[in-house]
Structure formats: structure tokens, C-alpha cells
Design a protein around this ligand. Structure first.
Ligand code: GYE
Length: 393
């Protein structure tokens, strides 16, 4: 069984922890890796503006009058970013599984192929169809004011999931549920700091590469900010370069290949998701270098998400530290919708609890200092096959 992170992160707003309950997801890096690299989506549900090619929408069109009275079905329009990563595949599966017909929903699933313009078109289509709820997983934070105002004016509640929106009027969405991405970055860097100390390499110079996520996405903004703060705090840590790998394996590999030609003294590659890490590892090995655990000798690969394939690479010694990002948002969004249906108040923002995994036993826990100066301790789980088998994604 997996250990739950005990620490609860509190922001000025509030924090709610929700226990993940999920479904098995057996995607692996080979399937997810190549999906969005060329902008084409293997999942097949790449319909523009909500014509639910995934086949999981029985009632999208016959709900024009918002008639959830008919059979008590609720119509939910979900604008998904794309299918760029294993995380995203698990997230889509969670939403589809939760918002099934058997559970009383008509889900209109729209895959935007990582393009905001497709998401805006999908939301307009949902408004036209008079769906009961709009769920948006925004590709980037900015650019949502106009379309969310349109949804608001149409009286359709909008629930934001995963990444955040940055809008002038917070009233334009009803609730958000997702991860604290900056905390994820801070945890990863606290681990690296503790690992250097634990292995007697505290004062050694560390040359770091940041393979960033999609620029402007909350997951990129937070994880990059976590690293930048740690670099500021360590005189011996140098950021050689930060470049986007777009959260895909293909782009992660491409970026790493070019950086390996530029730098021959890379110590750490901080990949902002698992799929980028898979690509970076391939590039490093193809260049005749070794990924591993020894500072000063190997290239240490760090990652985020902790998907099944990501943790398998931790177990294999390829990724040294993997900070979890939990994609199982379906049940969380459903809980929000159920409360709204019952006329109950919902939290405006809900952060999910997450773990941190490592491929060594050198660091058993890390401490992160919050903005208010309080220190929180998080346990580090050493990855075993049992740990991997006990996880849902
Ligand atoms: O880490 C990455 C995905 O927004 C949290 O998006 C999500 C990120 C996740 O493509 O794998």
C-alpha cells in the first residue's frame, strides 16, 4: 500500500485534501510518448469543439434545452488539454470513468491538442449546447477572460481542473482543483539538497539543466519557480539552461540532444514531467553518457508526475527522484458537481496531497519552508516493485 503524504499544504486561501481513489491505468511511455509530439492525437478524440468523437457522449446534442430532468442525466462538457503525456492519459481516463452514463452523466469530451484556440472553440460549443457544467483543464494560465465571461453570462458553472487560470474576475469560475506545482518544485529541490548532503557532496558544484513544461502552464510556472528559488539559495548550483520540452517525450529528447552538444559538464537534468525524462534519458544514453545516482560522475535525472512508467525508471536507476502529481481528478470534480447540485457551498480552490519518491534510501524525509516561514516535513518513499504495483496510475 502506498503511504499517504501526511503534510497538508495551507495557502492564504485555504486547502482541502482529498483522498485519491482511482482506476488502474496501464499506459506506458511508448503509447503516450508520441501522441502529441506532432500535434496529432492517437486517442482519436480530437474533435474540434465538442463533437465527441470519443464516442463517450450519448446525449451531447439532445440536451439542447439543458433537460437533465429527462432521466436525471447531467451533461458535462470537458475541454481537455491534449494527450501529451502519461499523466494526461491517466487524467482523461479518470474523467471518462467518473462521468460515465452508468454514473448518470453525458460527457462531451474534447481534446484540444494542446491548443488554446481549440479549447475556446470547445467551450463556445458547450455553451451553445447548454451543458449543465463546463470543466476546463487549461493549457496555459492566461487568455480566458472573454470565453469564461461568455459561460458566466450563459449561467453555466465552470470548474477548472489541473492547471490554473489567471483571470481578472475570479467570479468567472466556480471552483478549481489541482496540485500545488510550486510546492512540487520546492520538494524536488529540497530532496536534491538533502541528497547532496547525505552523500557527502554538499559543497560540490552542480550544473543543472531545466527541461521545462509547456511555457505558461501552471505546472511549468510552479516547477520552474521552485528550481529558480533553490538555485538562488545555493551558491554552488548553476542553471546552465532552461528550455521547454512541451511535456512530451519527443521534445524532451530533442532538447536534451542539443544541450548535450553544448555542455559537457551537466550534473542534473530537472525534467518537468516523466515523458520529458524518458526522452532525456534516451538522449543521454545515446550520447554515451550515464544516467545514475553518483553526483560528479553520472547525470542525475529528476522528474515529476510519478506515473507507473516514471516510477519504473526510478526503480531501474534511471530517474533518481520523482515528485508526484496526482491526475485522478474525476472523482474530485464529481464531488464538486454533487455539492453544487445539492445547493451546497464549494471550496474555491482545492489542493491535492502528493508524495515524493526516490531511487535511493539516503534521504528519508525532506523539509520545505513555506511562504509564512513555517517548515513542513514530507516523507520520501523509496521505490520498490510493491510500491509501483500498489498505485493506480
Ligand atoms: O505534469 C504533465 C502534463 O498539468 C499537471 O501536464 C499537468 C502536467 C503534467 O502534460 O505530465
Amino acid at each position: 500500500m502506498k503511504r499517504k503524504v501526511v503534510a497538508l499544504f495551507l495557502t492564504a486561501c485555504m486547502a482541502v485534501s482529498i483522498t485519491a481513489c482511482g482506476q488502474a491505468d496501464d499506459t506506458n511511455k511508448d503509447t503516450a510518448a508520441n501522441n502529441d509530439a506532432a500535434g496529432d492525437d492517437a486517442a482519436g478524440d480530437d474533435s474540434a469543439a465538442g463533437d465527441d468523437a470519443a464516442g463517450d457522449d450519448a446525449a451531447g446534442d439532445d440536451n439542447a434545452a439543458g433537460d437533465d430532468a429527462a432521466g436525471g442525466m447531467l451533461t458535462v462538457g470537458f475541454s481537455q488539454v491534449g494527450a501529451e503525456s502519461d499523466w494526461r492519459t491517466a487524467n482523461s481516463a479518470s474523467m471518462k470513468e467518473t462521468f460515465s452514463e452508468a454514473n448518470g452523466y453525458n460527457l462531451i469530451f474534447d481534446d484540444a491538442q494542446q491548443k488554446q484556440e481549440n479549447q475556446i472553440a470547445a467551450i463556445r460549443n458547450f455553451i451553445q449546447q447548454e451543458v449543465d457544467y463546463i470543466v476546463l483543464a487549461p493549457v496555459t494560465e492566461t487568455g480566458w477572460d472573454t470565453v469564461l465571461q461568455e459561460a458566466y453570462d450563459a449561467g453555466i458553472p465552470v470548474i477548472i481542473v489541473d492547471r490554473m487560470v489567471n483571470i481578472s474576475n475570479e467570479e468567472l469560475y466556480t471552483a478549481w482543483v489541482g496540485s500545488n506545482f510550486q510546492l512540487e518544485g520546492e520538494k524536488a529541490c529540497a530532496w536534491l539538497d538533502a541528497y547532496a548532503k547525505a552523500t557527502g557532496k554538499e559543497g560540490e558544484k552542480l550544473n543543472i539543466i531545466d527541461i521545462q513544461g509547456t511555457i505558461g502552464a501552471s505546472a511549468q510556472i510552479g516547477r520552474t519557480a521552485g528550481l529558480e528559488a533553490a538555485i538562488e539559495a545555493h551558491d554552488n548550483w548553476t542553471l546552465l539552461e532552461a528550455q521547454s520540452g512541451e511535456f512530451t517525450q519527443a521534445k524532451g529528447q530533442e532538447v536534451m540532444e542539443s544541450l548535450l552538444k553544448q555542455y559537457d559538464d551537466i550534473d542534473v537534468v530537472y525534467c518537468e514531467n516523466d515523458n520529458e525524462a524518458f526522452g532525456a534519458i534516451d538522449a543521454i544514453e545515446q550520447a554515451g553518457k550515464t544516467v545514475g545516482k553518483e553526483i560528479g560522475k553520472d547525470i542525475l535525472v529528476m522528474s515529476f508526475d510519478s506515473t507507473n512508467a516514471g516510477l519504473t525508471d526510478v526503480l531501474n536507476g534511471k530517474i533518481i527522484c520523482n515528485t508526484e502529481c496526482n491526475p485522478l481528478h474525476g472523482p474530485r470534480v464529481e464531488e464538486i458537481i454533487k455539492k453544487l447540485e445539492a445547493g451546497e457551498e464549494v471550496e474555491k480552490q482545492q489542493f491535492v496531497e502528493e508524495e515524493i519518491f526516490a531511487g535511493t534510501e539516503d534521504v528519508t524525509s525532506i523539509k520545505v519552508v513555506g511562504a509564512d516561514g513555517t517548515e513542513t516535513e514530507y516523507p520520501v518513499t523509496t521505490v520498490t516493485q510493491e510500491v509501483i504495483d500498489g498505485r493506480a496510475y
